[in-house]
Design a protein around this ligand. Structure first.
Ligand code: BT5
Length: 330
């Protein structure tokens, strides 16, 4: 947003009543037609600005786009989200974040978008990302840990997502499905895709991309029976901006604690208490095999502990889990 638009927006926000074009142009030292043009640009961005002759302009309401100005109105973090890059449309916020990270974007830089044209899930799967409804947010992290240590970050991010969801709607039964999905009443409401650029002993950067279905009506397609949204579950709409703020605040809190503690011990019990799979018979598909057993919860490294039929315990570091005998996504 241009400097003038931002200053006009600030004046409108600070005045509950109408403010005349004359007063704005005098305050900013610009012509009235320049003021008019900037008001037009703000409207193009989605701000609803009433204009009444002889009275002037009034901001009717803010907008619910996860743009920097809106998020920064509420955000109380040290560095998560200190820089926010917003796109009306992007192939994938993770792609853009990886590019920006490679060009040196600072730790905590966030990329958000109104829609993704090629939103990605894990293993090349698709993430349905329509405009005007959901949150698509990627954050660039530069942890000073080994690549193995960085693989614990998805545990932190999914915990941040579930806390952000609970802050938004306190009475829905959100559950974590290992490794990084959030379900509500048997359907997926959020997913996270973590990507990393590393050398053998050193992490360059990690990008954590989270999608949360907020105001999406169920699309009439392949995910209809698997997905849900806060709107579908409650009948109410929720602010994408506020959810982005909650997510960044919760993520920074848990991330800072993790850096101090040096492992996941502080979070394991809480994570397991949210687990959809704990103590259930499940099936985990890994890159080259399918393992069945009873899920015992996660360990210090974020691996899933699985009790096999012969009583031995196996640690699974990556894969896709389903409840045994249930369809994918249960
Ligand atoms: C995930 O993958 O759940 C990770 C999703 C990460 C999306 C975010 S959005 C911001 C950032 N930018 C990106 O490009 N990605 C990240 P996975 O566990 O592989 O689940 C993918 C599966 O979920 C698909 O195969 C569908 O079955 C289902 N799915 C697709 N879109 C969905 C949606 N909007 N809601 C619920 N389920 C969906």
């Amino acid at each position: 947003m241009s400097g003038m638009s931002a200053r006009i927006l600030k004046m409108l926000r600070n005045n509950r009543d109408y403010i005349s074009g004359e007063d704005i142009s005098a305050e900013l030292g610009v012509s009235r037609s320049a003021v008019w043009k900037s008001i037009g640009k703000l409207r193009d961005k989605g701000y609803i600005i009433d204009a009444v002759s002889n009275r002037g302009y009034r901001l009717s309401e803010g907008i619910d786009l996860p743009i920097s100005d809106e998020i920064h109105r509420y955000l109380e973090t040290e560095c998560f989200g200190s820089e926010i890059v917003y796109m009306d449309s992007v192939d994938s916020t993770n792609n853009l974040a990886m590019t920006l990270a490679a060009r040196g974007a600072v730790h905590g830089t966030v990329v958000t978008a109104d829609q993704q044209t090629d939103g990605r899930g894990r293993l090349g799967r698709e993430w349905i990302s329509p405009p005007g409804t959901n949150l698509y947010l990627s954050i660039i992290l530069r942890p000073e840990v080994s690549p193995a240590g960085a693989s614990q970050i998805p545990v932190l991010s999914v915990m941040a997502s579930i806390k952000a969801l609970e802050r938004t709607v306190s009475d829905l039964p959100f559950r974590i499905k290992w490794p990084n999905d959030i379900y509500c009443r048997g359907r997926k409401v959020s997913g996270t895709l973590c990507e990393m650029k590393a050398e053998i002993d050193r992490v360059n950067h990690v990008v954590v991309g989270t999608g949360i279905n907020i105001n999406m009506k169920l699309p009439d397609d392949s995910i209809k029976d698997k997905a849900t949204s806060l709107l579908v579950e409650t009948g109410n709409e929720y602010s994408r901006v506020r959810l982005a703020v909650f997510l960044l605040e919760e993520f920074e809190r848990v991330y800072k604690r993790w850096l101090i503690e040096g492992n996941l011990e502080f979070i394991i019990d809480e994570w397991n208490s949210f687990s959809l799979l704990k103590d259930k018979q499940i099936e985990v598909r890994t890159a080259n095999r399918t393992v069945r057993g009873k899920a015992l919860g996660i360990d210090l490294n974020g691996a899933l502990k699985l009790e096999l039929p012969d009583g031995s315990v196996r640690f699974v570091y990556a894969g896709t889990a389903t409840l045994h005998g249930a369809s994918q996504g249960s």
